[in-house]
Write a protein that binds this ligand. Structure first.
Ligand code: PBG
Length: 328
């Protein structure tokens, strides 16, 4: 008698399972990425990311309408400029695609929380996140450019800047620039823990920012083999004044999310990146997995690991499932 514990008592009905469920998905904690392009009447699906589009501003308006109807109001913007140059100057022009999109969104939908990806890789001819000089991505010279990008985004009215270049000192440098120009209330969501990952493949089609000539981002993004290095990056971000920390990719890095949770009280954002989305979509389209169940399971795993919020291309699908048939 009584020689083993009956764990199944707490799994016996839907009700009791709900009662003891430790983690839940909250739609308020989902951030939806959007790709904005110049031009008019453009809604072009990204081939490797079914359901994700390049949108011109007029089409963006319709998209926001739908998102609002579905209960999503947090977005992260990526801009694809018409022209690129060596300095990525399209990223910090007053009338750059992101600056125009931000003003447009704020005029039409002031209640959307607008996060801007603060980087230059979509805007540079070489596709790198920092300046390329004699074959080297130079650090300190790049900071000056990123300061300008962040400042121009703040002036345009973004709610949060999200610097993603992984240059050393990028958070303190942007913090100082924002503070010096009266934007001390604009938070920084730092992509502080960003791995040099093959899971970004589809995004590089979407954002047209693949590094040129077969080069890669290994000198600034982190080695996927490393864990302690994430703690060092975290320490810098905390010291430099980050308000949030992004961990990216998400599903293959749940251990890192947990490590950061255990070592910091900063809000953690998990970025479920393009390749994660494309894998799920491809399997779902083939009928090999139940997309809703699998997506929900990935969200739960990220929250369980310690994430406070998730940037995910599946946010809209999730919102639709919630709307149509009730998510599980
Ligand atoms: C670069 C940037 C990348 C992503 C967002 N911003 C990665 C990269 O190309 O190195 C990837 C997002 C995704 O894969 O969904 N600033």
């Amino acid at each position: 008698m009584n020689q083993f514990k009956r764990h199944r008592r707490l799994r016996a009905s839907k009700e009791i399972r709900a009662l003891v469920q430790e983690t839940t998905i909250d739609i308020n904690k989902l951030i939806y990425p959007l790709f904005v392009v110049e031009g008019e009447n453009i809604k072009e699906e990204i081939p490797s990311m079914p359901g994700v589009y390049h949108l011109s501003l007029d089409q963006l308006l319709l998209e926001l309408q739908e998102l609002r109807f579905l209960g999503l109001n947090k977005i992260i913007l990526f801009g694809i400029p018409e022209v690129k140059d060596a300095f990525g100057s399209g990223a910090f022009q007053k009338d750059g695609i992101i600056q125009r999109a931000t003003r447009f969104i704020k005029e039409n939908y002031p209640n959307f929380l607008v996060i801007a990806d603060t980087c230059i890789c979509q805007y540079t001819t070489d596709g790198h996140c920092g300046l390329l000089q004699d074959g080297v991505i130079v650090n300190d010279e790049s900071l000056e450019i990123h300061n300008q990008v962040a400042l121009s985004q703040a002036i345009a009215g973004v709610d949060i800047v999200a610097p993603s270049s992984m240059m050393d000192g990028f958070v303190s440098s942007i913090r100082a620039t924002l503070d010096n120009h009266g934007f001390e209330h604009t938070p920084i969501m730092s992509y502080g823990i960003k791995y040099s990952s093959a899971f970004y493949g589809p995004f590089r089609d979407a954002a047209e920012n693949a590094p040129s000539g077969g080069s890669n981002r290994d000198t600034y993004q982190m080695n996927p083999a490393n864990r302690l290095e994430a703690l060092r990056e975290l320490a810098s971000d905390i010291k430099e004044g980050a308000d949030f920390i992004i961990i990216k990719p998400a599903l293959a890095y749940l251990d890192i999310i947990r490590d950061i949770r255990n070592n910091s009280s900063l809000p953690i954002i998990a970025y479920q990146v393009s390749g994660e989305y494309s894998m799920l979509k491809a399997a779902a389209i083939n009928g090999w997995i139940d997309e809703q169940q699998v997506v929900e399971e990935t969200f739960l795993s990220m929250f369980r690991a310690g994430a406070d919020a998730i940037i995910t291309y599946s946010a809209k699908d999730y919102a639709k499932w919630l709307h149509n048939n009730g998510a599980t």
